[in-house]
Design a protein around this ligand. Structure first.
Ligand SMILES: Cc1cc2nc3c(=O)[nH]c(=O)nc-3n(C[C@H](O)[C@H](O)[C@H](O)COP(=O)(O)OP(=O)(O)OC[C@H]3O[C@@H](n4cnc5c(N)ncnc54)[C@H](O)[C@@H]3O)c2cc1C
Length: 614
């Protein structure tokens, strides 16, 4: 079996050649950063992922989490890895250095998370949730909260969670029943949350829960929800761990995947009072929680990407090594040499599908993270506003498109392995099981589709949608005559027109009073939108790749097709850029037409899901 691998070359391309992340070092926030630092961080993250996290992944899957007499325990190997991870400062790469974070841009944090999460998705959830909880406290918590909790979270001494879900309040967050009763300068929290990731475990001394609950007399629904910080153990004034705060674990779930991530029922006010502290104002909890969830949604898209990327690397290696059958042109010759399966056209198509999706999803998510950086740290207010609108629009696409298609890519990975892919001998079946959850939590993909259509395309007078359209229009105007990429840009222009037609179709149907029709077609719409976005990113990267490849050809004096092929064969950089162009061609020729087909289904007028008598 080949060792776990990361496509560091493509990550570097995406960060430095495509998104020019070094430019961020000119912002006042990042003046102390430079390319050398970024390279070092990516190298170290890769090394840690390959040497430490990847070997832990099957252990977590096979041993899972134990629950006995109210205690949740993780395998001893996980403790060793967690300690190394924490000591190396990986818990909070983008957290504020004032509180123990590394202060890196969000986009770097994103690349690190992809690398480490593709090595062990279940493990990464623990620091991921901790850093997200810390970030809410950093942005919205009181000075006292920052003093007592933030450094402990950002350095991984304590863990963090987000506690939204209850048995009858999953997608419908507004239906939560957990209660918060004011008691002096804090609140007494009572209620039962389910499915809480890393809700309890023995990797850390204390767990800081961010809990949605309802204060007395609060209005019904989403507008009556407040956010509270509720530690498992109270914290003394000197920062030490104090008394038990009556936050207990009632049970853990037995799941299809991410078996190393405890999914807990957490009871607040179990046998005694659970004390919590309000974050922000009463009844404004959802606003603060959304800040955490929007970041987490990009993180969940990243889980889809990470699993797909890991599966692609395994499948590629396997296809190079696995010998089966003969070249199809020699099929009648029983003595023909046996070939590796990478010679078979169907396997080549599968591998290029995985490669193209992984590269497109990477560009989509990294770009969204860069929008996150610029929406907060750009100097110019207009740039900030532009990036915020792009961030808003792209977030549900990152979450839903990358989790759905990331999962699909892991299934293709299994297929490349044949029977071996279905066995535990190879890790691809685990990647597939682990990846499935990404389409469910942090707001199911059905909810993301409603968010995209209702809030992001139609909301704010269409400002996010128009910003995106202007962005893609500029790209099309600049590049539709490009000698290599131009024909693909023209296909993108056609699908852009189709997308705007579909949006107008939804508007018309809505104005005609058919409220449900757009809702039935929201999920296909997100898929269509995501397909166009992916085609755009692949073509935009294609422009960069073509320029670099042309320079290599020129330097090598290669002008004929034959000479160029020779250069691609013998020069790894030329091979890389040529491969990027093939990803673009393949996706746009064979997947972009799906967007046109989806548009046809949306405009078909079909209402059967609404009319059928189940
Ligand atoms: C492994 C795991 C880890 C989790 N971690 C956490 C965590 O850390 N913290 C936390 O708070 N929660 C967590 N969750 C909960 C998760 O966020 C919820 O499962 C998810 O939001 C869906 O809620 P539900 O399971 O109640 O499904 P439901 O809301 O009942 O949804 C069932 C189906 O109906 C659809 N649906 C529901 N309402 C609508 C609607 N209005 N329109 C269209 N479709 C709709 C959904 O898309 C879904 O397909 C976790 C869940 C799992 C399985």
């Amino acid at each position: 079996m080949s060792p776990f691998a990361i496509d560091k070359r493509d990550i570097q391309f995406c960060l430095f050649e495509y998104l020019d992340v070094e430019q961020l070092c000119k912002l006042p926030k990042y003046t102390e950063h430079n390319r050398e630092l970024f390279d070092m961080v990516i190298d170290e993250a890769t090394k840690f992922a390959v040497d430490v996290l990847a070997p832990l992944n099957p252990i977590l899957d096979q041993q899972g989490v134990q629950f006995d007499k109210g205690k949740v325990t993780l395998p001893k190997e996980c403790h060793e890895v967690y300690n190394k991870f924490r000591d190396a400062g990986w818990v909070s790469p983008s957290g504020s250095p004032e509180f123990g974070g590394q202060g890196l841009p969000l986009i770097l944090n994103t690349a690190i998370t992809e690398i480490q999460g593709s090595a062990s998705m279940a493990f990464l959830m623990c620091p991921g949730l901790t850093r997200a909880a810390g970030h809410v406290i950093e942005i919205s918590g009181t000075e006292e909260m920052k003093k007592l909790y933030l450094e402990k979270l950002y350095t991984g001494i304590w863990g963090g969670t987000m506690c939204l879900t209850e048995s009858s309040a999953g997608s419908a967050v507004g239906d939560i029943r957990s209660k918060a009763k004011k008691d002096g300068d804090s609140y007494l929290i009572e209620g039962e949350k389910i499915f809480i990731s890393f809700g309890d475990h023995d990797l850390v001394d204390n767990i800081v829960h961010l809990v949605l609950a309802r204060t007395e007399g609060a209005p019904k629904g989403i507008k009556g929800i407040s956010l509270f910080l509720v530690p498992k153990f109270l914290v003394n004034d000197d920062g030490s761990v104090g008394e038990f705060n009556h936050v207990s674990c009632g049970n853990i779930e037995h799941k299809m995947g991410i078996k190393g991530s405890p999914t807990c029922t957490i009871i607040f006010g179990d046998g005694g009072p659970s004390r919590g502290w309000l974050i922000g104002e009463e009844c404004a909890g959802i606003r603060f929680m959304f800040q955490m969830m929007n970041e987490a949604r990009i993180g969940v898209g990243l889980q889809g990407l990470g699993a797909a990327a890991a599966s692609y690397q395994e499948a590629l290696q396997f296809a190079i090594e696995r010998i089966q059958g003969v070249d199809m042109k020699d099929m009648k010759d029983v003595d023909a040499p046996r070939v590796p399966i990478i010679k078979h056209p169907d396997i080549r198509r599968s591998l290029l599908t995985m490669k193209a999706f992984v590269e497109g999803m990477r560009a989509l998510i990294y770009t969204t993270a860069k929008c996150g950086d610029l929406s907060v740290h750009a100097v110019d207010d207009e740039i900030k506003a532009h990036n915020k609108l792009m961030l808003d629009l792209l977030t549900p696409i990152c979450k839903a498109y990358c989790s759905d298609w990331g999962f699909n890519m892991t299934a293709i990975g299994i297929q490349v392995f044949g029977g071996y892919g279905y066995t535990r001998e190879y890790p691809v079946e685990q990647y597939c099981r682990d990846a499935k959850i990404a389409s469910i939590y942090e707001g199911t993909n059905g909810i993301q589709a409603l968010d995209l259509l209702g809030r992001k395309v139609a909301g704010k007078g269409g400002a996010s949608f128009m910003t995106f359209l202007n962005h893609i229009n500029g790209f099309i105007d600049d590049n539709s005559e490009h000698s290599v990429v131009g024909p693909y840009v023209q296909k993108i222009a056609k699908t852009r027109d189709t997308l705007t037609q579909v949006v107008m179709h939804f508007q018309k149907v809505g104005m005609d009073g058919d409220f449900y029709y757009p809702l039935v077609h929201a999920t296909p719409f997100l898929d269509m939108f995501g397909t166009l976005v992916m085609a755009f990113f692949l073509a935009d990267m294609g422009i960069v790749a073509d320029k670099k490849l042309s320079a290599i050809f020129e330097e090598a004096g290669a002008s004929s097709d034959e000479d160029k092929l020779k250069v691609v064969d013998g020069n790894p950089e030329a091979k890389f850029y040529d491969g990027k162009l093939h990803s673009m061609r393949f996706y746009i020729d064979t997947y972009l037409p799906h967007a046109e087909a989806i548009a046809e289904t949306i405009q078909s007028g079909n209402r059967s899901p609404l009319d059928v008598n189940f």
